[in-house]
Design a binder for this molecule. Structure first.
Ligand code: HPA
Length: 283
């Protein structure tokens, strides 16, 4: 099996973006508004990018574009919307944007997602720094030929960088934004979980559950890109609140925490992508 070259994607993006990104931002359901805060923004729709999966239906809440520019002095490229396995994409499709943006120079990645809260005490609107994950998608974007620059058997003992998490906790304390740390269980979806599955996940050590993030982080770690993950607890996981789950609720709570999340991301960005991590200009 041969892998698909990412060269056309990288060449195209290098022409569009005048500066090399320091950090990749991956913005989840209802949280994409963060990209509107990027200065000197260059926007490129996913559908225009060679090699990117061609989308036939846009999911509400996922704009589907790259937004490059500056945030707090840090060169960022945001994925406003992302590719999910439940949409039918292959794990290697989900991996492509991370591989391409890392090739442009990014060495840090900050991901946000919407997640159901499992840990007792969580309420909708809580923010959880992802300390570790459970890959319950039972798929892996690294299966197949090893890409140049990636390791065959990547170490996953620090998937979400401990230093980045400490920095995020410090910023949160300074800004008086309550955050906690916990384990994110990544499931395929698109169904939300059953109450029995949620009880199982709790016993397996999960504090929150969602349908994203895990494939991107696996690829990032294979390349050596350091990750910070922030889950927005948009709802209590199935069976914990007595209410049915809905995508509308997920989007609504995402919008409500926007202000806190933007403040946290702005505060933490310069600490996880300091200038000494910056690479040379893309050209
Ligand atoms: N389960 C899975 N994914 C989710 C949830 C959930 O409860 N909430 C937001 N994304």
């Amino acid at each position: 099996m041969t892998h698909t070259s990412i060269e056309p994607t990288v060449t195209f993006l290098r022409e569009r973006f005048t500066r090399a990104p320091h950090a990749i931002l991956v913005l989840g359901s209802g949280l994409g508004g963060l990209a509107d805060e990027i200065e000197d923004a260059v926007r490129v729709p996913f559908d225009d990018i060679p090699g990117f999966p061609r989308r036939t239906q846009a999911l509400a809440g996922h704009a589907g574009q790259l937004v490059a520019g500056r945030m707090e002095g840090v060169e960022v490229v945001a994925m406003q919307g992302r590719f999910h396995l439940y949409e039918g994409w292959k794990p290697s499709d989900v991996a492509l944007p991370v591989r391409a943006l890392a090739s442009l120079g990014a060495r840090s990645m900050l991901l946000t997602n919407a997640a159901g809260g499992i840990r007792p005490g969580f309420v909708p609107g809580d923010l959880m720094l992802i300390a570790d994950h459970l890959n319950l998608m039972f798929q892996n974007p690294l299966i197949g030929e090893t890409f140049p620059g990636e390791t065959r058997f990547p170490d996953m003992s620090d998937p979400y960088d401990a230093g980045f998490r400490r920095a995020a906790e410090e910023v949160a304390r300074e800004l008086k934004i309550p955050v906690t740390q916990g384990v994110y269980a990544g499931l395929l979806g698109p169904t939300y979980e059953t109450p029995a599955e949620v009880r199982m996940l709790g016993r397996l050590g999960a504090d929150a559950v969602g349908m994203s993030t895990v494939p991107e982080v696996i690829v990032a770690r294979a390349i050596g890109v350091k990750c910070l993950g922030i889950s927005c607890i948009t709802n209590l996981a199935a069976g914990l609140s007595g209410q049915a789950l809905s995508h509308d609720e997920v989007m609504e709570v995402g919008a409500q925490v926007r202000e806190r999340l933007v403040a946290l991301v702005r505060g933490v960005l310069p600490r996880i992508a300091p200038l000494n991590l910056a690479s040379e200009a893309a050209s």
